[in-house]
Design a protein around this ligand. Structure first.
Ligand code: E4P
Length: 216
């Protein structure tokens, strides 16, 4: 499973990229607003840090506006992926951009039928929002399982990008369900390395090593 980081904070992206753990980045309008910075400048900076795909979302809601914004965003760097909302206009724009050779990420997916439409529209990535489904007491992971089965039935190449990941269990379960990618907040990526027995074991090894008086 590929790991994308879900943030617009360049410092976090740089740090995680230096660990060699990053395959790409996703942003959304809320994350850009939180950064307080110019959208296109942030996307350009992120694209220089990371070699992999960087999702940048259109703001327009109509087909013509989405297409215009999509071309502006795609011109920022070769690794920009244009994020489009899962609406009929978004799907129409997705089909057109696929024809133009521009990679797309169809976002705000909450049902298997929406995912089927995105695959038929030629989406490069589809983003099911796991955490937001859990928030309304619907099991987000069931959606990933359904999408995996449908995409495999028809050999759709659209990649399932598990989004709205909130904790380590979401990451594990998305991997078990066969998601191609998970986009994960920086803190959750770091937390995946933690285990209390790792900490205890390391403390013990360090204490015992010191008693040897040796160095390597
Ligand atoms: C995905 O691309 C979105 O940016 C993101 O995962 C949304 O997560 P949230 O529901 O925690 O805001």
């Amino acid at each position: 499973m590929k790991f994308f980081v879900d943030t617009a904070q360049a410092d976090d992206i740089r740090e995680l990229n230096d660990y060699g753990l990053l395959d790409g980045v996703t942003t959304n309008p809320s994350l850009i607003a939180k950064s307080g910075r110019d959208f296109k400048a942030v996307v350009g900076e992120i694209c220089e840090i990371v070699n992999g795909p960087v999702s940048a979302e259109v703001a327009a809601l109509d087909f013509d506006g989405m297409l215009r914004e999509a071309h502006t965003l795609a011109a920022i760097a070769d690794n920009v992926v244009v994020k489009l909302p899962l609406t009929l206009d978004g799907l129409k724009a997705c089909r057109r951009l696929d024809g133009d050779g521009i990679a797309t990420n169809v976002t705000l997916c909450f049902s298997a039928n929406q995912a089927l439409l995105a695959a038929k529209a030629g989406a490069t990535y589809i983003s099911p929002f796991i955490g937001r489904l859990d928030d309304i007491n619907v099991d987000g992971m069931t959606l990933i399982n359904e999408m995996r089965a449908i995409y495999d039935n028809y050999d759709f190449p659209t990649q399932i990008l598990a989004a709205s990941i909130r904790n380590a269990n979401h990451v594990k379960n998305a991997a078990l369900a066969g998601a191609d990618v998970a986009t994960i907040p920086p803190g959750v990526i770091r937390s995946l390395a933690n285990h209390v027995l790792t900490d205890q074991g390391l403390d013990q090894f360090t204490r015992d090593w010191r008693t040897t008086g040796q160095s390597i």
